[in-house]
Design a protein around this ligand. Structure first.
Ligand SMILES: Nc1ncnc2c1ncn2[C@@H]1O[C@H](COP(=O)(O)OP(=O)(O)OP(=O)(O)O)[C@@H](O)[C@H]1O
Ligand SMILES: [Mg+2]
Length: 233
């Protein structure tokens, strides 16, 4: 029996894209077991399959073979509607290019996500911005915020629903290194406070210092690394 209960499990996960010219095999048998509350850094060269894996964990795409279980639910058995609901209630996302809606203010971006989860609560939206150090900037539009501030809005949006899992695909990839460190510190400390499981894709070796576990993807397979030992980016 393991010490922590599992919240993400995959069983022999394969993904083949329909492509011309080569076999399009992006995942080649991934078996993952992520414990509740773990903070995981996911490294790997461009094209190794990181985003593909996150998309399958989020139920945004379907595996060619194998199975994903989120919080003991089999994504394949849930159906499209069930997966959408699971995403709204159990998953938060942070992306490289922030993905805020440009015509909504910082606060409205967060409120929208709460509305979709059936809890439109303006005070909660404001508090979440306060939590990431953006009190006073609630009414700014994304283009009126710096890159680091936009990413903090995205983090607030991911955290506000208190999801058990946050998936972050290169959350600091579009920020300078000093801002990247701030955002990484914020994201990981808020997840630790809330007991949120976090998987963050990164190209920056220092990310491992914030993680409980380091995984590396190579050619569609996942390998466990001894945290921070002689890591290449
Ligand atoms: N929609 C798609 N259709 C066809 N092939 C795809 C598609 N998305 C990704 N691939 C291919 O699958 C492989 C894995 O891609 P993926 O985006 O998962 O890599 P990644 O590790 O996230 O890379 P990066 O660090 O550049 O973001 C690559 O060979 C890529 O070309
Ligand atoms: Mg990617």
């Amino acid at each position: 029996m393991s010490m922590t209960s599992s919240i993400i499990r995959t069983y022999d996960l394969w993904k083949q894209y329909e492509t011309e010219g080569h076999d399009g095999m992006a995942l080649r048998g991934v078996d993952l077991d992520i414990g509740r509350g773990q903070i995981v850094a996911l490294f790997g060269k461009s094209g190794s399959g990181k985003t593909t894996l996150l998309n399958l964990l989020a139920g945004l795409d379907e595996p060619t073979r194998g199975r994903v279980e989120i919080d003991n639910e089999d994504l394949g058995a849930l159906g499209e509607k069930g997966r959408t609901l699971l995403r709204r209630h159990k998953l938060g996302f942070v992306f490289q290019f922030f993905n805020l809606l440009p015509t909504l203010t910082a606060q409205e971006n967060i409120l929208l996500s709460l509305e979709l989860a059936g809890r439109p609560d303006e005070r909660l939206a404001r508090e979440s911005l306060d939590l990431v150090g953006l009190a006073g900037k609630e009414r700014r539009f994304p283009h009126e915020l710096s890159g680091g501030e936009q990413q903090r809005v995205a983090i607030a949006r991911a955290l506000v629903k208190k999801p058990p899992i946050i998936l972050a695909d290169e959350p600091t990839g579009n920020l300078d290194s000093a801002t990247g460190v701030q955002v990484l510190t914020l994201l990981t400390s808020r997840c630790r406070d809330a007991g949120t499981t976090l998987i963050m894709v990164s190209h920056a070796p220092n990310t491992c210092e914030y993680a409980d576990r380091v995984l590396r993807m190579t050619d569609g397979r996942v390998f466990e690394e001894i945290a921070c030992e002689g890591l290449a980016p």
